[in-house]
Design a protein around this ligand. Structure first.
Ligand code: SF4
Length: 221
């Protein structure tokens, strides 16, 4: 078990919502100094202070009324951003076009970079040969690697104010975020199996069966 387990909170509406500590290992009981540290950061770090405030304003303004893309647009406007970057997966080129089109209609200057930019081969980043041509499910995935570092460097070169992830792979999103100078937000979390709706597997019969079987198989191996 982890040091803090907020997910084990006894009610669906956690006591911290009412500024009260909850279960035994609640951070509000056992780590008040860390919570103080966070509070100090909101006070001292001007960028974080403004971003956090504006995120909450957007949350309240569009609550259950706006799609995430509209949240992103309104957040960017509040931040005073004019140049937006899109780091997209080649498999979501149509989605990236649509996102760019909408952002431009709202008046933003949009720069976009596809994940395969640079044409770097997978062997150049240490991908074993057997993973070069085919995925484990048998679909062709090619020999050119995703290049999230180049996506970040190119968007840095374009001096974007904020970068938006459109379907980067798990892990490539980490490399991208690490090298992006501008703050990064995710619009589309890639999930090929669920049409990019990762939460959809959590409460469906098929999603639950999938994980039960997969965990059983992993224990066998
Ligand atoms: S009350 Fe404490 S343990 Fe429960 S969710 Fe909030 S911070 Fe986590």
């Amino acid at each position: 078990m982890g040091k803090y387990t907020c997910h084990l909170s006894k009610s669906n509406i956690a006591p911290c919502v009412f500024n009260r500590p909850g279960i035994e290992n609640c951070p509000m009981r056992i780590a008040p100094e860390i919570l103080e540290e966070a509070k100090k950061i909101y006070k001292d770090d001007e960028e974080i202070k403004v971003i956090t405030k504006n995120a909450s304003i957007v949350e309240a303004a569009g609550y259950i009324k706006w799609p995430r893309l509209k949240d992103t647009i309104e957040f960017a406007k509040l931040q005073g951003y004019s140049k937006l970057g899109i780091a997209f997966c080649v498999g979501l080129t149509n989605e990236a076009k649509e996102v760019a089109n909408i952002l431009e209609r709202y008046g933003f200057d949009v720069t976009s970079i596809c994940c395969k930019t640079g044409g770097l081969s997978k062997s150049d980043v240490g991908v074993p040969k057997e993973y070069e041509m085919k995925s484990k499910t048998g679909y062709m995935i090619g020999t050119v690697t995703c290049n999230p570092v180049a996506q970040a460097l190119l968007l840095n070169d374009a001096k974007t104010d904020m970068n938006i992830i459109v379907g980067l792979c798990v892990g490539h999103d980490i490399s991208f975020t690490k090298y992006s100078n501008a703050p990064v937000t995710t619009l589309i979390a890639k999930d090929r199996m669920t049409q990019h709706a990762p939460a959809s597997v959590l409460f469906t019969h098929y999603g639950k069966s999938f994980f039960s079987e997969d965990i059983r198989n992993q224990k066998k191996n």
